[in-house]
Design a protein around this ligand. Structure first.
Ligand code: ZN
Length: 285
């Protein structure tokens, strides 16, 4: 019996050491392009706070939003809130203000178009110091360090595919975020597709800074996108996003026919641990 317990303890120690040396990334699906991403020492939220109504895309439930605002697990102690663009299926101004007031250590990184919407609300003054505003033009790139996390921001063109009443997305600035989380790198493309932003993406040294997890709209499968992703970005894993509700299984099969090592979340709050191209899906308790 003692031998079994000893073997078990050695195995646990080995696994803990392995985890410490290769912290990997833990991703939880919030809805549409929204995710919680965690590494050994950092936690960020991307496009996580918006309201339902942007059919056919999933929005965080009221219970999830409440947990985020109240700093409850698994959404507690967030270092950064990143917002890719101003669309209603990525961002809601009152929720963002409420969140930042209740989480004063969290920093927000967003484009001026998003900050402009926040300024319309009276409590903006209370959160102003938490905001890092990006006021750049399409094709530009900048590097930041906020709350100990290195972030490269690429100002990309929002996908032209949508033809909503607001506009043809010609005037929507999108930020693609490359975030270094304890040595693991993610690239979240927001509402932009690769083939429409090759000029911007070409400036980035992907060969020196390999991407571990690429968050990609599931329909970004044009030949130019595939070539650039496969030959230049070379992500170890791809997470599909911007999936119409109920289409998750179809999208899962679809994206696998175009890329290797893809993952499609089926339900909100489903989680997946990514490590060196491998993955382990699980659910939060
Ligand atoms: Zn959008």
């Amino acid at each position: 019996m003692k031998k079994i317990i000893l073997t078990f303890l050695v195995l646990i120690s080995f696994l803990m050491c392995t985890y410490a040396n290769n912290p990997g990334l833990d991703v939880t699906y919030i809805g549409n392009e929204g995710f919680l991403v965690q590494s050994a020492n950092h936690r960020i939220l991307i496009d996580a706070l918006f309201k339902s109504g942007a059919q056919p895309y999933l929005a965080p439930t009221k219970a999830m939003v409440k947990k985020m605002i109240k700093n409850e697990e698994p959404y507690n102690d967030i270092d950064l809130l990143l917002i890719t663009h101003r669309h209603m299926d990525n961002f809601n101004a009152p929720l963002t203000i409420k969140y930042l007031i209740n989480n004063p250590n969290c920093k927000l990184i967003a484009h001026s178009q998003v900050v402009c919407q926040l300024k319309k609300w009276a409590k903006f003054a209370e959160i102003e110091s938490q905001i890092k505003e990006i006021d750049s033009n399409i094709c530009s790139k900048m590097s930041l360090k906020e709350n100990g996390i290195e972030i490269d921001v690429l100002n990309t063109r929002h996908s032209f595919f949508r033809t909503d009443r607001e506009n043809l997305n010609n005037t929507v600035f999108n930020l693609a975020f490359i975030v270094n989380l304890d040595g693991e790198h993610i690239l979240h493309m927001g509402g932009s597709v690769v083939k429409e932003n090759i000029l911007t993406l070409e400036k980035y040294p992907f060969a020196k800074k390999p991407i571990d997890v690429l968050f990609l709209t599931y329909f970004d499968i044009a030949q130019d996108s595939k070539q650039f992703i496969t030959n230049k970005i070379k992500p170890k894993s791809i997470v599909a996003m911007h999936i119409p509700y109920g289409m998750e299984s179809n999208v899962s099969k679809f994206i696998k026919t175009h890329y290797h090592n893809t993952h499609t979340f089926k339900h909100q709050q489903d989680a997946c641990y990514f490590e060196n191209g491998g993955k382990t899906a699980y659910k939060h308790e």
